[in-house]
Write a protein that binds this ligand. Sequence first.
Ligand code: GDD
Ligand code: MG
Length: 359
Amino acid sequence: MKALILVGGYGTRLRPLTLSKPKPMVEFANKAMVVRQIEELKKSGVSIIILAVNYRSNVMEKFLKDYEKLLDVKIIVSEENESLGTAGPLALARDILQSDDEPFFVLNSDVVCNFPFDKLLQFHKSHGKEGTILVTKVPNPSAYGVIVSKSNGEIIQFVEKPSVYVSNRINAGIYIFETSILKRIELKPTSIEKEVFPFMAHDKELYCMDLDGFWMDIGQPKDYLTGLALYLDHLQKTASKELSEGPNIIDPVLIDPSAIIGQDCIIGPHVAIGANVLIENGVRISRSCILDGSTIKSYAWIHSSIIGWKSSVGKWCRVNNISVLGEDVTINDEFYINGAKILPHKTISEDIHEPKIIM
Ligand code: GDD
Ligand code: MG
């Protein structure tokens, strides 16, 4: 089987992290988002992955060459000269997608869940129509594609980012399609949510399957951290061996084996610590992510924040309220950082009392 992953877009909502890496390459729970998706697809029998890219494809291509061998899948980079939106990339990859008559998966690159691809395929085959989308419920649906369906799953209405309340069931950004969908899509910038799904629904060719379990679009810091907590809870529920244990850990926590943790720290819950991170003595971290190569100095306190690659948080610092440090940021000792987004390579030598962007 084949899958196409939509890895374009500029990831602006995940800045400053996406100033250093394309969004799909940003680690989530110690693994690049797109790598986790590819691994899950592979488990369900997908052997050809098309990455629909409109930005920095050489960076992504190099990065994924290694994974091609490691994961034993074929990865094809399909590069857009102009951004083709969420449907245009399917037209660009038309020849590969219709090389046989098998249905194929399509994924937004910034969603996490338990990826029930087998169930989705099974349900899709059971109704025999052109497409099936995975749906989930969210408390605030206005930022998503909203759906209304019959009890058998047939979608009767699909509205992208509605301004008035329609329903709380939303498009989870994971689809399976028959190759016949390609007849609906031209090679030009096209939104699958606005220009394809409503017409498929009208033709009674679009079905939905409810997702069982957690879901999150992790394309912005607040949701990234919520998604991290949900994902780690999921690992805990499934008794995953990946999780770390220890006297100073409040479950669930994920620590890369190469990270060094000092004495008298308290780590957790809902923390991911990446490769080659150094955590000095007495540090307290909760609901946060420390990306590869960073150092957290003694007695720092970090809550609800993302510390970018190779950054350094000084002694006795307090970092909280969805602060995001870009790559190679230094916070000198004893400062307070409240909700700041700090661009790469900055050095901070003052308190930041209110959420703002430090350029
Ligand atoms: N190749 C390519 N080219 N990919 C693109 C382009 C493009 O021009 N534009 C966006 N993408 C990719 C993004 O990288 C992302 O993986 C996916 O398409 C969706 O774009 P987002 O920018 O993340 O959209 P959204 O989060 O506002 O809304 C989408 O996702 C929601 C679920 O998270 C929609 O599909 C909603 O209907 C859905 O509910
Ligand atoms: Mg998104």
